[in-house]
Write a protein that binds this ligand. Sequence first.
Ligand SMILES: [Zn+2]
Length: 90
Amino acid sequence: MEDEIRTDRKCPHCGQLLEPWMGPPETGWGILLVCNNNQCPLFLDSNNTVAEFNPESKLGFRYAEDPANNYTSFNLATYCGSSYMDMCKK
Ligand SMILES: [Zn+2]
C-alpha cells in the first residue's frame, strides 16, 4: 500500500484535522481519515438522532474520508464506548 495519505484534510463540521485510522480487516477498507473530535457537531448530532429511535444505541457517526476513493466523504458508524458516554449524551 502506498504511504501517501494526506494529513492536511480537515473535518468540514468542526475543522479538526482528520486522523488516519485503519479499518477493520473484514470491511476490506485500508487506511481511512477520520474526525476523532468528540465535540464534533456531526458526531454529537448523530448520536442524538440515533437515540431518538433507539435510546439503547451507543452508535454514532463520525466524519470520514476514504483516501483510496479520491477522498470521498462518508459517515463512519462508530460505537460510543463507556469513555465516550458523557460526551455522547449531552
Ligand atoms: Zn468533525
